[in-house]
Design a protein around this ligand. Structure first.
Ligand code: AMP
Length: 222
């Protein structure tokens, strides 16, 4: 079972790399942010509770996130492994994941940090827009839609998530970079941390991720 953790600050490019890597390894991406947004859309009790934190640019409490993640890991399509995007975000979450995997005779295979400096992150993040219908992502500078404010794929309106607006981004980065540091140290201590340079073209980052995984002994078959 391959359990690959992708680490990086918001906007570092994890969300771009995760599906590319999933296709190469043949295992699904589990993104806690996406699971929460689905719960919010569906209006579930968990979604309603999570929304208060998300809109304020804060982390959802560990207990709620861990519950959601463990439920997702129990589904059949996760049996061969998963790529985790956006989890763990705190050392408490990292320790909970280690325990849950140890119960199954498994462990995190590799934690790959996509490393990007803070100033560049703010520049990237504040231009992000997504569509109402399906959450298709755009960026004012890096991948603008053909027509401003309209999704190329389904024609729905584009909007900025409350947590992609600049003031929220600052608050969220201050909080999350601190917690991310703890998670990085957690995996450094267990020897599975690999760092790739996120200031490269998408293909070059993907190649660096592959090299890092090979170094950590992760292969498509494993
Ligand atoms: P993301 O799409 O990963 O940027 O996540 C969007 C929001 O969902 C975050 O700003 C948090 O409020 C919440 N969230 C997602 N994953 C986690 C996590 N592992 N721990 C705490 N909150 C999370």
């Amino acid at each position: 079972m391959n359990v690959v953790v992708l680490l990086g600050a918001p906007g570092a490019g994890k969300g771009t790399q995760a599906p590319l890597l999933a296709a190469r390894l043949g295992i699904p991406v589990v993104a806690t942010g996406g699971l929460f947004r689905a719960a919010v859309r569906d209006g579930t009790p968990l979604g309603l509770e999570a929304r208060r934190y998300m809109d304020a640019g804060q982390l959802v409490p560990d207990e709620i996130v861990v519950k959601l993640l463990l439920e997702r890991l129990g589904r059949p399509d996760a049996a061969a492994g998963v790529i985790l995007d956006g989890f763990p975000r705190t050392d408490v979450q990292a320790a909970a994941l280690d325990r849950a995997l140890a119960d199954r005779g498994s462990a995190v295979s590799a934690a790959v940090l996509v490393d990007v400096p803070a100033e560049e992150l703010i520049r990237r993040m504040s231009g992000r827009w997504i569509c109402r219908a399906a959450g298709h992502p755009y960026h004012e500078v890096f991948s603008p839609p053909r027509q401003a404010g309209v999704c190329d794929l389904d024609g729905s309106e584009l909007y900025q998530r409350a947590d992609d607006q600049p003031a929220t981004i600052r608050a969220r980065m201050d909080q999350q970079l601190g917690a991310l540091g703890q998670v990085i140290e957690h995996y450094r201590a267990s020897g599975v941390l690999r760092v790739v340079n996120g200031l490269q073209e998408i293909d070059a980052v993907a190649a660096a991720v592959d090299a890092a995984l090979a170094d950590a002994g992760v292969t498509a078959a494993g």
